[in-house]
Ligand binder design. Structure first.
Ligand code: NAD
Length: 286
């Protein structure tokens, strides 16, 4: 029977580390990290995510601002807001909550954020630097997964790591981070032979957004299973992309949903913001 990976507890530790760094920064340099969150429209899930991010930011002693705009905002108006935040020296991190309404060009908005302030790690410069193995602000969810692996003593080198899902915000950066740590990485998507690929995984990370897509019987005995998926059931409860109970019979470690990867994403956002503040935000700092 697998041991549960307590993402909530690890995330609380990460936030506590950040909080003590914030006190030190404030005492030694009079610097308070600032996080600006931009939310457009009234997507209920976005509202919950943004509230969680703002709460975490305040708890660790950051300044935080939520810029909520009506869904009718134009591309130019939103770009103007991003440019203003880019120029604001109290703001070290800028996060534009996705998804944006359809009439807005999310890629152009993300690209307009100064890479030094892109604490989500979604800017093409940060994504490209990750690909090249250079220092970069890395996407929060896969970064959180790497921290969970570390916490359970799972060393990726020489392991077969299988990532299910190839989105730009989870699957692809996840595969690159595992590759950087010398895992042998397989990146799966909807055209892959999932049962065959999953059954070879020593480390399995699933981020497909399909409820219980990965069957417990496919899991290699002893595998470390990280379930990024968050799917809402009819009764309102959250479930992951992995058939949890059956997978837990075979895995050595497994993340629950909720309480696994979710809290880590916010904790890593907080860490990325602290690091952005510590680096200073001069354009040449990268
Ligand atoms: P996405 O929809 O952008 O990407 C999903 C990926 O899964 C695609 O690359 C697609 O090819 C693949 N996929 C879809 N169906 C598949 C199938 N049947 N077989 C194999 N691959 C399949 O999603 P995303 O933004 O990467 O998010 C994935 C999941 O992770 C969602 O449930 C999302 O809610 C969750 N998520 C959680 C966190 C967190 O903090 N816990 C953060 C981001 C995303």
């Amino acid at each position: 029977m697998a041991q549960l990976i307590d993402g909530k507890a690890v995330a609380a530790r990460v936030r506590a580390e950040v909080k003590s760094e914030v006190s030190r920064l404030q005492a030694e340099r009079g610097l308070i990290p600032g996080l600006a969150v931009v939310r457009v429209g009234d997507d209920p899930a976005s509202q919950v995510y943004v509230a969680g991010k703002k709460k975490a930011a305040e708890e660790v002693g950051f300044r935080s601002w939520e810029h909520h705009r009506d869904s009718s905002i134009s591309q130019d108006e939103l770009l103007a807001l991003v440019h203003r935040l880019n120029e604001d020296s109290a703001v070290h991190g800028i996060l534009v909550q996705l998804p944006l309404p359809r009439h807005l060009d999310a890629e152009a908005i993300i690209s307009a954020v100064r890479p030094e302030k892109d604490v989500d790690g979604f800017h093409p410069l940060n994504a490209g630097n990750l690909l090249l193995g250079r220092p970069a602000t890395r996407a929060c969810t896969p970064l959180g997964v790497m921290r969970l692996l570390e916490e359970v003593g799972c060393e990726p080198a020489s392991k077969n790591a299988v990532v299910v899902g190839r989105s730009n915000i989870v699957g692809k950066p996840m595969a690159l981070m595992l590759l950087q740590r010398n895992a042998t990485v397989t990146l799966c998507h909807s055209k892959s032979d999932l049962p065959a690929e999953v059954s070879r995984a020593d480390i399995l990370v699933v981020a497909a957004g399909v409820r219980e897509l990965v069957k417990g019987a496919w899991v290699k005995p002893g595998a470390v299973v990280i379930d990024v998926g968050m799917n809402r059931k009819e009764d309102g409860k959250l479930v992951g992309d992995v058939e949890f109970a059956a997978a837990a019979e075979r895995a050595s470690f497994i993340t629950p949903v909720p309480g696994g990867v979710g809290p880590m994403t916010i904790a890593m956002l907080i860490r990325n913001t602290l690091e952005a503040a510590m680096r200073g935000v001069t354009p040449s700092s990268h």
